[in-house]
Design a protein around this ligand. Sequence first.
Ligand code: XUL
Ligand code: CO
Length: 434
Amino acid sequence: MTDYFKNIPAIRYEGTTSSNEFAFHHYNPDEVVMGKRMEDHLRFAVAYWHSFAYQGGDPFGGQTFERPWFGETMADAKLKADAAFELFDILNAPFFCFHDADVRPEGKTFAESTRNLEEIVDYFALKMQTSKTRLLWGTANLFTNRRFMSGAATNPDPDVFAYSAATVKTCMDATQKLGGANYVLWGGREGYETLLNTDLKREAEQAGRFLQMVVDYKYKIGFKGTILIEPKPQEPSKHQYDYDVATVYGFLRRFGLENEVKVNIEQGHAILAGHSFEHELAMATSMGIFGSIDMNRNDYQSGWDTDQFPNNVPEMALAYYEVLKAGGFVNGGTNFDAKIRRQSLDAEDLVLSHIGGMDTCARALKAAAAMLEDGGLEAARAARYAGWDNPTAQAMLKEGTLDSIAARVLKDNLNPQPKSGRQERLENLVNRFV
Ligand code: XUL
Ligand code: CO
């Protein structure tokens, strides 16, 4: 036990009439939405890195937070784990996520880092015996340490490729041991700064081979979870290979892995790629690779990945609309890849940020469910494409040729008339629910 969260109560649902800030006002885990408990829909996960390893730094200044577990010893790592599981309990969080580097001190050698990780994984396993919190996903940090500055799988140095492969093996073992539902690969440095020193073709082939090895290892150890790639267009690398969902899908097809790997889509990354979150979700669903989400929000004025907790219900409602339309999460969930601001120093801030994020997502989920149950949006979409239900249109799509179609256009004297896309009507419809 730590006394870090000592004056903070367990957070319970009290509804919108309560003014208790240490309560959920919208997130009621047991409330049934479209036939499923809210907790089972949303599958919230606390992100270990932002909540316990982030020290408050930004590009202009270092640490602002003081946490009793900041240090490089195993005792610090265990204190951090104690505090983390206390927060999970306070929030009644069903899941957490971590990188190796968040949970264990870096060793002097690979062997020592691995031993440290294994010791912490055993410590987690012990804690999980009495905690409800499960592991949504594990991952390897292949981007912070300077050895990865020119990439991990895509590094020009084969020894870095080897070190990365070995690291991923240890992180997959850790995820397997803790019963993780997914394993994530975010290619933080899998990209490049300048073509002047970069062999694009070679690097992509290295990445494809690396991913194949990850999939092979999954089968070898009998990991039942899903392998997920997390797209991001730039930052830290200027050009990142996993730019967005469509790019990742092309990459998976290129290496024949489209049925083996899905995507973990992050709100802020979607925005950096010039897309909306719901675009990325719909794209993944349409290609059969939707897996999980990292939920956060960028500051739209700053133009970089600020990883704030979500606080915009209308935006999130459109995202959960896509999630619900896709049939909801299977192994995936809602991971808060979000950090508190560097001036938010207190234990209370850490708890309140999660309450706010969870309430925002709960409101969004309820709004999304109401929109689906109303059916207005789907009916309007179906009406817009209704022409395609016509047998002639279907036949054209299946066996038409440019010749046969041109002949029919002439014969029937086709003269299509534009129809309204009705965007404002649909926006007004959405506005009734958010
Ligand atoms: C970085 C990011 C990562 C991944 C996991 O932008 O989102 O934290 O989620 O490596
Ligand atoms: Co993320």
